[in-house]
Write a protein that binds this ligand. Structure first.
Ligand code: PLP
Length: 237
């Protein structure tokens, strides 16, 4: 009974968010097929992931390896693409490359080297996004990680040059102190500059439950949504 209710709850959330993405695409004259919904399942049980897969979700995101690795293993039978969207420590990359198809959070040269080594050991090419810090280092409360915008071009070059990594594009979290549309416009400018040197880097991961419309308006190809689909998180994360 409870399981049936949870499924209905998630289905409702999914429908609402899919409709929001569709409206935002219509307003921006974009094809909704160009926006991938990544459902962020941090602090949710594997049973939620299973229900999401049953409802047609193809992409899920996690932000902590300690939680993601066992969850991905428990859901290995499902046809899902796993996204790693959180701050990544170098000592976790060997685990992350085992399940993640796309790492959104490359923000320093050391991590590029660690991921490239780990991807080589695992024998698989890994897609990677360079995470940009859009707020000031002091002002960006609660939003950790991300490279200084001035360091992004060199970091993108390093990812593109790493034999076992594929530069897919950029990612960012809007800083709480600023209108997300202003911040994402800056991100889009940076993404265009990176694409000038790396035409393959077409992905732009931006937008969460509260600001996905602004992100879609600014060209997001991946929105990362948790609470708007799965409800308030049971514990902080
Ligand atoms: C948790 C998280 C999200 C999802 O946030 P919601 O507000 O729950 O939609 C998106 N991106 C990152 C990096 C996250 O950590």
């Amino acid at each position: 009974m409870e399981r049936v209710d949870r499924r209905a709850e998630i289905e409702l959330g999914l429908r609402a968010v899919t409709a929001r993405v569709a409206r935002a695409c219509a307003a921006a004259d974009r094809d909704p097929a160009g926006v991938t919904l990544v459902v962020v399942t941090k602090n949710r049980p594997p049973s939620d992931v299973r229900l999401l897969a049953g409802l047609g979700v193809s992409d899920v995101g996690e932000n902590r390896d300690q939680e993601a690795a066992p969850k991905a293993a428990a859901c290995a039978d499902l046809p899902l693409r796993w996204h790693f969207v959180g701050q990544l420590q170098s000592n976790k990359v060997r685990s992350v490359v085992r399940y993640a198809a796309l790492v959104h959070s490359v923000d320093r040269p050391r991590l590029v080297r660690a991921l490239d080594d780990a991807a080589q050991r695992a024998g698989r090419l890994l897609d990677a996004l360079v995470q940009v810090r859009l707020g000031s280092p002091q002002g960006q409360l609660g939003v950790r990680g991300g490279a200084d915008p001035r360091d992004v071009p060199a970091l993108a070059d390093a990812v593109a040059a790493a034999p076992w990594l594929r530069l897919a594009g950029l990612m960012a979290v809007a800083p709480p102190e600023e209108d997300p549309r202003t911040a994402f416009t800056r991100l889009a400018g940076l993404a265009a500059a990176v694409r000038a040197g790396h035409p393959e880097a077409t992905a732009l991961s931006a937008g969460m439950s509260g600001d996905l419309e602004a992100a879609v308006a600014c060209g997001a190809t991946h929105v990362r949504v948790g609470t708007a689909i799965l409800g308030p998180r049971p514990s902080p994360g």
